[in-house]
Design a protein around this ligand. Structure first.
Ligand SMILES: [Zn+2]
Length: 404
């Protein structure tokens, strides 16, 4: 049977674990029918096709996977950026009324349509930079009804097709108006919000920010326990400022990912590795907040799979483009080019619990990027504007950008 489309004369970066490393095929070809890759191999053996595209020897990679974003919010916090540039710390800015709480007002005040338009604009920027799968967290309303509303707006964005959206319920922190009765608030999250999200299938997992100024380890245990009881996988913001022991908890709960990890003990690293929890690196946020570099050498040595994400959010990383994060990961975090690619493809998909996404293999989704360069190192190397390095983006076999 002939394919709908064959991309030939390509340097195919399959990221297929069966091939090892980046699984690069020189003079390779990829066949697509419908939304799926049906064949990948040497171009001399390619199947017949309705249409062929000559990639000119350039890179064809999996569509990029951004596994950690807070892409649904209204307003911005450029004022905080200026304060930070003048030397104020994250915790000082929070004490002055900034931080996550400063995004709650504009987000609560925005209509559903306004939020959808803001989210759609960010998704368009992401897909132009090669992102075909993106995780989007709730977390900027923090009332039960408001968090459900955010997830329903995310579901509307999902209906539009590309990019593939993976929604997450995020227990971000206890909002200012509930600090006096925080245990009752945590109980609402556990007893009302999480079961409702599970019943309405509004999120693929539950995430929590376990850190100083956010949730304690005991609260994290309660909320993630409620998620597991409702049948939802869990992940966490872990050790961005302080190591509260959440890595060990996520290992106990067979979590999908532990994100940030600037502060993590050797014991915590060993537990993540043993439990197969993905470590998600967020270098843009780390640089902007002037945080120490996570212990990448130790994580690598222990065998923790490392993903890289934008952490797109209005406070610490207002950025949609993954190739810029690949540059930061390779230059500032000491990751290799191969690790940077796996971090925004296969390992990021693993953090989202999506097998075959982030790879090019038969039976996987036809999410592909045709680049204008032929060396995997050229993408992080020529940082700053990914769009000029991209020729074509296919999501589910449909051309999103470019001419092919
Ligand atoms: Zn985050």
């Amino acid at each position: 049977m002939s394919a709908h489309l064959v991309i030939r004369n390509a340097r195919v970066v399959t990221c297929d674990p069966a091939r090892g490393g980046l699984g690069i095929l020189d003079r390779g070809a990829v066949a697509i029918t419908g939304g799926e890759v049906t064949w990948v191999g040497p171009e001399a053996e390619r199947p017949g096709a309705t249409r062929e595209v000559d990639a000119g020897g350039r890179l064809v990679t999996p569509g990029l996977v951004d596994c950690h974003t807070h892409a649904i919010f209204a307003g911005d916090r450029a004022n905080e950026f200026a304060m930070r540039a003048a030397g104020k710390t994250y915790l000082e800015i929070a004490a002055a009324g900034g931080g996550i709480g400063a995004t709650l007002g504009p987000t609560r005040a925005a209509s559903d349509d306004e939020l959808l338009a803001l989210l759609a604009g960010r998704l368009a920027t992401a897909i132009a930079a090669g992102t075909t799968t993106i995780e989007v967290k709730s977390g900027y309303d923090l009332t039960v009804a408001g968090e459900l509303r955010l997830l329903r707006v995310i579901a509307r964005a999902q209906q539009r097709g590309a990019p593939r959206i993976v929604p997450t319920l995020l227990a971000h922190l206890v909002p200012p108006e509930r600090r006096a009765d925080r245990s009752a608030y945590v109980a609402e999250i556990c007893d009302q919000l999480v079961p409702q999200v599970a019943a309405d299938r509004l999120a693929a997992s539950v995430d929590i920010y376990c850190d100083e100024g956010a949730y304690t380890l005991a609260e994290t245990r309660a909320i993630l326990g409620a998620a597991k009881a409702a049948g939802l996988p869990v992940r966490g913001h872990v050790g961005q400022f302080a190591d509260l022991g959440a890595a060990e908890l996520l290992a106990d709960l067979a979590g999908l990912s532990a994100d940030h990890l600037e502060q993590i003990s050797d014991g915590g690293i060993a537990r993540l590795a043993a439990a197969g929890v993905v470590g998600v690196m967020l270098p843009g946020a780390a640089v902007q907040l002037r945080l120490p570099v996570p212990p990448v050498d130790k994580l690598r040595a222990a065998g923790v799979a490392l993903a890289i994400a934008t952490d797109l959010n209005p406070g610490s990383s207002y950025a949609e483009e993954l190739p810029l994060q690949m540059w930061l990961a390779t230059t500032h975090f000491g990751m290799t080019v191969e690790e940077a690619w796996l971090g925004v493809t296969r390992h990021a998909a693993k953090a989202l619990g999506l097998p075959k996404v982030g790879t090019i293999q038969a039976g996987g989704p036809a999410d592909l990027v045709v680049w204008s360069v032929d060396d995997p190192a050229a993408v992080p190397y020529r940082y700053g504007s990914a769009a000029r390095l991209i020729d074509t983006v296919y999501a589910g076999g449909v051309c999103q950008r470019g001419t092919a």
